[in-house]
Design a protein around this ligand. Structure first.
Ligand SMILES: Nc1nc2c(ncn2[C@@H]2O[C@H](COP(=O)(O)OP(=O)(O)OP(=O)(O)O)[C@@H](O)[C@H]2O)c(=O)[nH]1
Ligand SMILES: [Mg+2]
Length: 395
């Protein structure tokens, strides 16, 4: 049957319109000019406001002896720590350079590098050359970097295949699972960290954009801050379906561990990305992006954190699922710590591809204030800061 030409044209136009609408819907929210965003309920990005240093007394270079080898220095007991592979040396050097230029060249906190295998001489030589501060190279004890005996390896391979089919990156890479478990429950047990209180975690390829002219570790100590972050993200719910159910079991058995001023609303929000909360069985999947963290080791060494880690470890999700240290740290902080003790380091310009924390400050260069991501527009949806600011605040 012949169809009249105008009807054919109309049909074709409708199909094109439908395709356009589908594309627009899948594309996600469109960032506004100037990187300010109204999506996710955030009317304007706080990073667009002029950002200065935190309020209150700050320790600066002139306030004490920050020379690298001083026996009686103004430094508190803290270190820059980095788990890294020998093969990542070329990616690590520019990161060390950035952090030395913007901050540590002034304060000279020691660097501690961790590896599951011995560091090469080249690694040691080239990293040492980037800093005046002391540098330590530590191998991780075998029992901190191995599969516990209660893990069923057949089940691991089966689960890894299933997760891979669901598009969960690195799910079939055993080293990735071991790395997440180490960062969740082992790093703070390394003997070298025994006498340290604070750490700043550093990963290769990361960039720092802003001059920071105060002693960040003293800032943590003076204000009794437990944890500092730069970026707040959603996680892939398929990587952690049992994490929240296991957490609920743990808190049901240990209700006294839950802090009065906790961050439960941020952890369980089901408004911003309802499908995420549903797939993660009640957890919003929002987390501190842990490739940056400045933290108090005493929190991780506490009975409650250790008991929580042991519970999760026994449940097997570091292997049968792909639990990351970011959601594990975040849930623990969100439940067991007072929200007032967590700090957003808005003034530390930071990038781990593809996300940024870029403040509007004359101390920063090389990033665009308020720009959150670099790449496809769908990445904007991964921003969980609106929830964090809404439920916890911007402190
Ligand atoms: N020594 C050592 N370091 C590792 C290993 N796996 C990961 N790491 C380090 O652990 C950190 C996180 O690993 P990445 O592979 O960057 O994981 P990720 O950040 O989730 O993934 P990307 O988004 O691809 O960067 C980095 O500092 C790595 O150098 C490992 O098997 N051995
Ligand atoms: Mg990385």
């Amino acid at each position: 049957m012949a169809v009249a030409r105008p009807i054919r044209m109309l049909g074709a136009a409708s199909i094109l319109l439908c395709l356009f609408l589908i594309f627009q819907l899948n594309k996600g929210p469109t960032p506004l000019v100037g990187q300010g965003r109204t999506y996710n309920g955030m009317k304007s990005d706080p990073l667009l406001e002029p950002t200065g240093e935190p309020e209150g007394q700050l320790w600066r270079v002139g306030d004490g002896d920050y020379s690298p080898n001083s026996a009686d220095s103004a430094r508190t007991n803290a270190a820059l720590i980095s788990l890294v592979r020998n093969e990542e040396l070329d990616d690590l050097i520019p990161t060390i350079r950035d952090l030395e230029r913007t901050w540590n060249g002034k304060f000279n906190y020691p660097w501690i590098f961790f590896n599951d295998v011995p560091f090469t001489e080249e690694f040691k030589r080239r990293t040492k050359a980037e800093t005046k501060a002391k540098v330590y190279y530590e191998q991780i004890p075998k029992d901190h970097w191995s599969v516990p005996d209660w893990i069923d390896m057949d089940l691991f391979y089966e689960s890894a295949e299933l997760l891979k089919e669901k598009g969960i990156q690195y799910s079939d890479k055993m080293s990735y699972h071991l790395m997440c478990r180490w960062n969740s429950g082992m790093f703070y047990k390394h003997p070298i960290l025994k006498d340290y209180r604070y750490y700043w975690r550093v990963e290769p390829k990361v960039q720092y954009f802003c001059d920071v002219d105060y002693d960040v570790f003293r800032y943590m100590e003076d204000r009794n801050t437990t944890y500092g972050f730069t970026i707040n993200l959603f996680d892939a719910p398929q990587s952690i379906p049992k994490l929240w159910p296991e957490t609920k079991k743990f808190i049901a058995a240990n209700p006294s561990y839950v802090a009065d001023n906790n961050m439960m609303e941020w952890l369980t929000d089901d408004q911003l990305r309802p499908e995420h909360t549903k797939e993660a069985n009640g957890y919003s999947t929002c987390h501190f992006w842990s490739n940056f963290e400045i933290g108090d080791l005493d929190f991780f060494r506490s009975d409650k954190y250790e008991a929580y880690f042991q519970h999760l470890d026994r449940a097997g999700g570091f292997f049968y699922e792909r639990w990351g240290d970011a959601p594990v740290h975040s849930i623990a902080l969100g439940l067991f710590e007072d929200a007032a003790k967590v700090h957003w380091f808005r003034d530390i310009g930071y990038r781990h591809t593809p996300y940024f924390n870029c403040p509007n400050s004359p101390k920063c260069s090389g990033c665009t204030p308020g720009k959150f991501y670099d790449g496809e527009p769908f990445l904007a949806k991964e921003d969980c800061r609106p929830n964090y600011f809404k439920y916890v605040g911007t402190h």
